[in-house]
Design a protein around this ligand. Structure first.
Ligand code: GSH
Length: 274
């Protein structure tokens, strides 16, 4: 659908939360291929991607189109919505809200395949239940890595000597509990469609949200978050779901070849002390 509004997505492709967005764009055909993703090309002129790169030397972001940088202080992903009629630009700052907006505005293109959000109001609310508890699990994962990974103390705000094994293990257990909740709440849709998002035919917003986390944490910390404290058995439905997700047509070209994780971010599982 062509929109009169001009949209800009500021994406650091290599990152954690931006992955949620580009998984969505590739699945819905809004970006035609991983090669186009790297160039920031979409199939709709009203949707632009301004790719971000980490400037290690200067300690900030560089933008593929420097004339249109993300708003000061925004994290990535961020979406700008510019109305040429009024000259006003508004912003959406959270990955979960950006997905909802994109699906509302661009989700009904025929070529885009099935809807990524359900129609039934209870399914819609349950999808948000699931994404909400996923986000709590992601918060837990951040506390775990801050306490478990010495090298992160350079920027995490937790000094090396203040890192705590108890805090790390507590956060990891909290994450496993929240992921078990996701698995339980999605049990019905996992059984009927194979996906986490209730009431959709194919992968939906909850699926993009969790797959991004699973992938990024493995790439960066050599951490399979579905291993759980009790081993793989506990989250085995999520293990099977992730294998299914990796079967999506764009996965290999994008995740194994195009968006290559920077070596300086590949800390490996040895980086985790607990
Ligand atoms: N809750 C945010 C988190 C976004 C986030 O933390 N993004 C990271 C990159 S993956 C980032 O931009 N960090 C730098 C910053 O916060 O300035 C979301 O879901 O979009």
């Amino acid at each position: 659908m062509a929109s009169k509004l001009q949209h800009t997505l500021w994406l650091w492709l290599e990152g954690f939360f931006p992955r949620r967005v580009w998984y969505y764009l590739l699945t819905k055909g809004l970006v035609a291929s991983p090669a186009d993703l790297l160039e920031g090309k979409t199939v709709d002129a009203s949707l632009r991607i301004n790719r971000m790169h980490m400037d290690m030397a200067a300690g900030g972001w560089k933008f593929a189109d420097p004339s249109n940088p993300a708003p000061q202080g925004a994290s990535t992903p961020c979406l700008g919505i510019h109305d040429p009629a009024t000259g006003e630009t508004r912003y959406i700052y959270e990955s979960a809200s950006i997905l909802v907006y994109l699906e509302t505005v661009y989700g009904n293109r025929e070529e885009g395949g099935p809807s990524a959000t359900p129609k039934n109001p209870v399914d819609v609310a349950n999808m948000h239940d699931i994404i909400g508890v996923m986000n709590l699990a992601m918060l837990d994962s951040g506390y775990y890595t801050r306490h478990a990974v010495p090298v992160l103390s350079a920027w995490s705000g937790v000094a090396n000597e203040d890192r705590s094994r108890a805090a790390a293990l507590n956060a990891r257990a909290g994450m496993a509990k929240n992921l078990a909740k996701v698995q339980g709440w999605a049990a019905q849709s996992l059984k009927t469609t194979g996906w986490l998002t209730p009431g959709t035919e194919g992968p939906g917003l909850a699926d993009f949200s969790l797959a991004a986390a699973r992938r990024y944490l493995e790439l960066t910390f050599g951490w399979d978050i579905f291993e759980g404290d009790g081993g793989k058995e506990e989250l085995k439905e999520l293990v099977a779901w992730y294998e299914r997700f990796k079967g999506l047509g764009w996965w290999d070209a994008a995740e194994e070849h195009a968006v290559v994780h920077p070596p300086q971010l590949r800390l490996g599982k040895e980086c985790r002390e607990f």
